[in-house]
Design a protein around this ligand. Structure first.
Ligand SMILES: Cc1cc2nc3c(=O)[nH]c(=O)nc-3n(C[C@H](O)[C@H](O)[C@H](O)COP(=O)(O)OP(=O)(O)OC[C@H]3O[C@@H](n4cnc5c(N)ncnc54)[C@H](O)[C@@H]3O)c2cc1C
Ligand SMILES: Cc1cc2nc3c(=O)[nH]c(=O)nc-3n(C[C@H](O)[C@H](O)[C@H](O)COP(=O)(O)O)c2cc1C
Length: 455
């Protein structure tokens, strides 16, 4: 069903009204930060635009270390997500250091999109010449054609506004340590200090592994359980929404979404849901096969944790629509376990898989959530269902349930999407644009109410 223009406008109004009503209550990393006033003492800005947390973690760690040396009092440095800033705010800083990841196909992370639109609209030479120095660290992956495109775009925009570059835009391919050292050198020169960046990794032991889709002709999907090794100095407790970086023996890393909400006490146990990946030439992907076949129970694996979406940010009274497909069950499952702690919450799951007979991962668990009322509604679809089946993809469900979707959003609802970027991420995004219109979708993104863990 399509929404009429009037319904869409009502939805927009409600989304905006809800935002302004909630603004003062917005949580830690999505606050509606008041624009800094001219009398503010902070003169250096460390900012980030991050989708899955790497740029945020780097910026946070640099800001933490930079405030420590004598002569750099905390009041000189502000740490902000771009979603908390308006372009005009930059003018009050003498120096701006931006950590910017590229997403989609050469695009900005979701939370930075509103800032970018506003930045494009600022007139040329906005800053007084020489009044604002800047540097951009562009995070990306050379496997993508638009390598570090968003970082380069930001750099060009700040040049256009007459910002003074402290260096060329620095490209970082998959957190390459050489490029990060170069960036640290720029920060050290500006702050006259020494920085250390030692990524913390911990050892976890594989304790259990199960195939979730036995008999399926599709790529095999596994559930894995790992337990922190006691003496490995685990100080960071995993939380639902976190991303787990697996350090491979060849020095590479791969990210996986945490698939559970680990208990707060006792040894940290993490669960993953891993789909065996095959490359275009049909050779098996390295990490997914390592985790699902080559590593034996009892073996130790080096991992690091990254903070992803913080599930505690969703108020219990706001309904939640979870959308996932395939290995995206990982983030969905962690989210459901987190929401289970909020007894009266309303949660609706739309989940897609391939074969309706064999690809039914964690079915009993999902049915149990329905019985318990943790899930108020669960729609499952299969892409390999009979050709005439009316609904085969999650976005088909969204389109047919547009009224329910609007009702959720009018109550301040959140949307969480987890799974592949091309299939699920793009399909859901297009459906939302079609049903709600671009301004509602971007408002939801800016408010942190449309969250995507897509890859
Ligand atoms: C935020 C995020 C969350 C994810 N969550 C999950 C999940 O919960 N479950 C799941 O099954 N998958 C998840 N993935 C996908 C996962 O990280 C792997 O990409 C997937 O398992 C295939 O990896 P592979 O090593 O088997 O395949 P490969 O083909 O060996 O590698 C796949 C990709 O890894 C990258 N890569 C290649 N070489 C290198 C290198 N030298 N150094 C670093 N990276 C390199 C490239 O982008 C490549 O396309 C997630 C990805 C991201 C980004
Ligand atoms: C779905 C997806 C799309 C991406 N698109 C690009 C891209 O177009 N160009 C690029 O250089 N890197 C791209 N990357 C790589 C990320 O920029 C890189 O992994 C970065 O370190 C992520 O940082 P973040 O965790 O701060 O978001 C993409 C990664 C994913 C998962």
């Amino acid at each position: 069903m399509e929404l009429t223009a009037a319904t869409t406008l009502t939805a927009l109004w409600a989304v905006s009204a809800y935002y302004f009503w909630q603004r003062d209550k917005l949580p830690k990393h999505q606050p509606a930060a008041p624009a800094a006033s001219a009398t503010d003492t902070a003169r250096v800005l460390i900012a980030y635009a991050s989708q899955s947390g790497q740029a945020r973690e780097l910026a946070t760690e640099y800001a933490r270390q930079l405030v420590a040396p004598p002569g750099n009092p905390a009041s000189r440095i502000d740490l902000r997500c771009l979603s908390q800033l308006a372009p005009e705010d930059l003018a009050q800083y003498q120096q701006v250091f931006l950590h910017a990841s590229t997403y989609g196909q050469g695009q900005a992370p979701d939370t930075a999109k509103a800032f970018c639109r506003a930045l494009s609209a600022v007139a040329d030479n906005h800053f007084k010449t020489g009044s604002m120095q800047f540097a951009v660290l562009a995070l990306g992956d050379r496997a993508y054609p638009d390598f570090c495109a968003f970082g380069h775009w930001l750099h060009q925009q700040l040049l256009r506004l007459a910002g003074e570059p402290l260096a060329d835009c620095i490209e970082v391919d998959r957190l390459d340590s050489g490029a990060l050292r170069h960036w640290q050198g720029i920060l050290e020169a500006s702050f006259d200090c020494q920085l250390a960046l030692a990524p913390k990794s911990f050892r976890y032991r594989l304790t259990d592994r199960r195939l979730l889709n036995p008999g399926s002709q599709n790529a095999r999907l596994f559930w894995l359980q790992l337990e922190a090794v006691n003496d490995s100095g685990t100080t960071q407790h995993p939380q639902p929404g976190d991303l787990i970086d697996i350090h491979l023996t060849n020095g590479e890393r791969r990210s996986y979404s945490l698939a559970n909400a680990p208990a707060q006490y006792g040894p940290a146990q993490i669960e993953l849901i891993v789909r065996q990946h095959y490359r275009d030439d049909r050779t098996p992907g390295y990490a997914s096969h390592y985790l699902s076949e080559r590593v034996d129970a009892g073996s130790q694996i080096k991992v690091s944790l990254r903070r992803g979406f913080d599930w505690s940010l969703i108020p219990a009274h706001c309904p939640l629509l979870l959308i996932g497909a395939g290995s995206g069950l990982a983030g969905v499952r962690a989210g459901l376990q987190a929401r289970q702690q909020q007894p009266l919450s309303t949660n609706w799951l739309i989940f897609g898989e391939r074969d309706p007979v064999y690809d039914r991962p964690c079915e009993a668990e999902l049915m149990h959530y329905l019985e318990l009322g943790v899930l108020s509604r669960c729609d499952r679809v299969w892409s390999q269902a009979a050709q005439k089946a009316p609904l085969r993809y999650v976005q088909d469900v969204l389109r047919s349930e547009a009224t329910q979707l609007t009702a959720y959003l009018l109550q301040g609802g959140y949307i969480y999407v987890c799974g592949s970027a091309d299939g699920l991420g793009a399909g859901v995004h297009d459906a939302l644009l079609e049903l709600l219109g671009e301004s509602v979708v971007s408002t939801l993104q800016a408010q942190g109410r449309y969250v995507r863990d897509i890859y």
